[in-house]
Ligand binder design. Structure first.
Ligand SMILES: Nc1ncnc2c1ncn2[C@@H]1O[C@H](COP(=O)(O)OP(=O)(O)OP(=O)(O)O)[C@@H](O)[C@H]1O
Ligand SMILES: [Mg+2]
Length: 250
């Protein structure tokens, strides 16, 4: 198994308040890993540390290292390159106030894709990947704001895919969606895991069971347990994992 993201002795603070403590964990390429844990345990902070957006908070500081595909992302100056390589999708589906196709082309244009035919290709390819093409192919120039929540969330994923990331981070991407839209997103993530490393924070343990090969439990800023999802849920090694899963499932 290839490792896509390697986190070593990683600690973070907001001001003097420690959040993540001594995180040591590897995320596999070509797999879905679910991060679970109670509210406030540091899941979002962990995700945002992997694409260096956590530091946009003024009070944030960190120590230790994170490697993406064998290269440190903290001992370098090109932060923009990291954010391109590691894309992130948020809880609330957000469409840029642009047309559907300009939402997809926002990143590629920024990075210099000028050729019309190439742009068309990117739009169709990315919309197909998120199973949105058939639904929107006749209204690509209409405002993306008119799409439903579930469609907006698939568009948000397509927008990230358009710049060809190697790691896809998703922070509770389905929490505001209905079961049908959630099903579509789960299906598309399963397909995407064939080509990139997918890390998803979810409050829905059933979702973790359905789609994640690996699961990580975070409590109070620390990794309590990580491993194959089936093992974590059927025979956890740590009494705290049993407690958390029992409380959420039972
Ligand atoms: N910008 C910030 N400034 C100060 N403290 C923060 C900031 N962002 C988060 N925190 C604190 O850091 C801790 C971890 O927050 P984080 O958002 O990572 O948790 P989470 O596991 O994602 O929670 P949730 O499940 O509610 O989204 C919390 O105690 C939170 O209050
Ligand atoms: Mg969060």
């Amino acid at each position: 198994m290839m490792i896509a993201v390697k986190i070593a002795q990683f600690n973070t603070w907001y001001g003097r308040q420690p959040v993540l403590q001594d995180i040591n964990i590897n995320f596999q390429a070509n797999a879905i890993t679910a991060i679970i844990g109670p509210s406030g345990c540091g899941k979002t902070t962990l995700l945002r540390s992997i694409n260096r957006t956590a530091e946009m908070e003024k009070a944030f500081s960190c120590q230790g290292d994170i490697q993406v595909l064998g290269k440190s992302i903290y001992n370098i100056k090109q932060v923009a390159a990291v954010r391109r390589q590691v894309g992130m999708v948020y809880q609330t589906p957000v469409a840029l106030p642009l047309s559907i196709q300009e939402n997809i082309l926002f990143g590629p244009k920024y990075y210099g894709v000028k050729e019309r035919s190439r742009q068309k290709e990117i739009v169709e390819n990315c919309l197909c990947k998120v199973a949105l093409w058939e639904e929107v192919k006749d209204r690509l120039k209409q405002p993306a704001g008119k799409l439903s929540g579930g469609q907006k969330q698939r568009l948000a994923i397509a927008r990230v895919l358009a710049v060809e990331p190697q790691v896809l981070l998703l922070d509770e991407p389905c929490s505001s969606l209905d079961p049908a839209s959630t099903g579509l997103i789960e299906e598309l993530l399963t397909g995407l895991a064939g080509e990139l490393c997918v890390i998803i924070v979810t409050h829905n343990l059933f979702q973790a069971c359905r789609i994640a090969q690996e699961t990580v439990l975070l409590l109070d800023g620390q990794v309590v347990e990580s491993g194959p999802t089936a093992t974590i849920f059927s025979s956890p090694g740590d009494v705290r994992t049993r407690g958390f899963i029992g409380g959420q499932f039972g």
